[in-house]
Design a protein around this ligand. Structure first.
Ligand SMILES: C[S@@+](CC[C@H](N)C(=O)[O-])C[C@H]1O[C@@H](n2cnc3c(N)ncnc32)[C@H](O)[C@@H]1O
Length: 335
């Protein structure tokens, strides 16, 4: 099982560090952002009371309902810093996946999309009929025989389809969404002893939040066609390969090529000209950074604890690119 925590490196004075650690233990867990080379700490939110940003992420159920390769739950605690200070428009997340940042930001109006139609259909079904899905999941036992029997089925009713996806996601190997050439889900049964198959309150909360969103199954470029000045767009594409041996990323490369990365950068530059707030997560790779001239660059480090395999433990650096200032963080502008 992969356990991840956002690293908490030393920053500022000892008193500031202690404050950060205390907050991490509570609801507000700071991330640590580093710009290339120079360490830049994130300081606690300046507002003394509860800011809108903090309130947005304090509901414990405001978490993804799916495990997703490349999921950003580890970054979600830093959501208060990612939200543009003056943002009042619509929220866009064109590479939705598990939607960790969407659930953490909890926007009033959102457009959410993903290429994966089955995934988007599941969110639509959850938005429309959470009770049906909860009832279905409660009836599903956790065993290998049932897993393979459900995996082999193709229910038509939207709620049944969604319940199937949620069940398989919770009980399959590492929560990996993998399909064969015909598009059939083919991940084997996982090794979880007692997985949470039905977290009713989390599903209900997700359904509530999804009711404020338009859900689309389409390519990212089409999703952002109507973005206006003042809207906030968060892109979390599949990462490029080559910088890591992670099998998920290799798999994604077939779906999201280098020319897609270049296309994404062109789209981001276009949105910047349009006056939207743009934030992109990506792999820490010089070729990627080169695509975003004029954007601010942050490096986000997190620890990855891979089960009992001590060799694979370590700090992983990913980057954030933005055309606005992340609250409390210094940045380097890419030249
Ligand atoms: C890294 S994942 C997003 C993870 C998400 N941020 C989370 O927290 O779970 C990337 C997502 O992009 C989707 N995707 C791949 N190519 C796409 C495209 N051309 N347009 C839209 N979505 C795409 C994949 O289906 C996948 O769900």
């Amino acid at each position: 099982m992969v356990k991840r925590i956002v690293s908490l490196r030393s920053c500022g004075t000892r008193a500031e560090r202690r404050k950060l650690t205390q907050r991490r233990a509570g609801n507000w867990a700071p991330s640590v952002l580093k710009i290339k080379g120079n360490f830049v700490g994130i300081h606690p939110p300046s507002a003394g009371g509860k800011s809108v940003r903090q309130a947005a992420i304090e509901t414990p159920e405001a978490r993804p309902i799916l495990k997703w390769a490349g999921g950003k739950q580890w970054l979600a605690a830093a959501a208060p810093r990612l939200i543009p200070t003056k943002w009042q428009g619509r929220y866009y997340e064109p590479f939705l996946g598990g939607g960790a940042i969407f659930f953490a930001v909890n926007p009033k109006r959102a457009t959410l999309a993903d290429y994966n139609t089955e995934l988007v259909d599941a969110y639509k079904a959850l938005r429309e009929s959470p009770q049906k899905i909860v009832a279905q999941l409660r009836a599903y036992p956790h065993n290998k025989k049932f897993y393979y029997s459900l995996r082999g089925k193709s229910p038509r009713a939207p709620a049944m389809k969604a319940a199937r996806l949620l069940y398989l996601n919770r009980t399959c190997w590492n929560g990996l969404y993998r399909v064969n050439r015909k598009g059939a889900f083919n991940t084997p049964f996982g090794r979880y002893k007692n997985p949470t198959i039905c977290d009713s309150s989390r599903l209900q909360e997700a359904s509530k939040r999804l009711r404020r969103a338009t859900l689309l199954s389409r390519d990212f470029e089409k999703t952002v066609a109507r973005v206006k000045r003042g809207d906030f767009v968060y892109f979390d594409p599949p990462y490029i390969t080559g910088h890591t041996n992670n099998g998920f990323l290799k798999y994604n490369a077939k779906l999201f090529s280098w020319s897609d990365q270049e296309r994404l950068a062109r789209v981001a530059i276009r949105l910047n000209r349009r006056g939207a707030y743009v934030l992109i997560s990506n792999a820490n790779h010089p070729d990627v950074i080169d695509l975003y001239k004029g954007f601010s660059l942050y490096s986000v480090t997190r620890n990855s604890l891979l089960g009992s395999d001590k060799k694979s433990r370590g700090s992983i650096a990913e980057i954030l690119l933005s055309n606005y200032a992340l609250m409390g963080c210094k940045s380097e502008v890419i030249k």
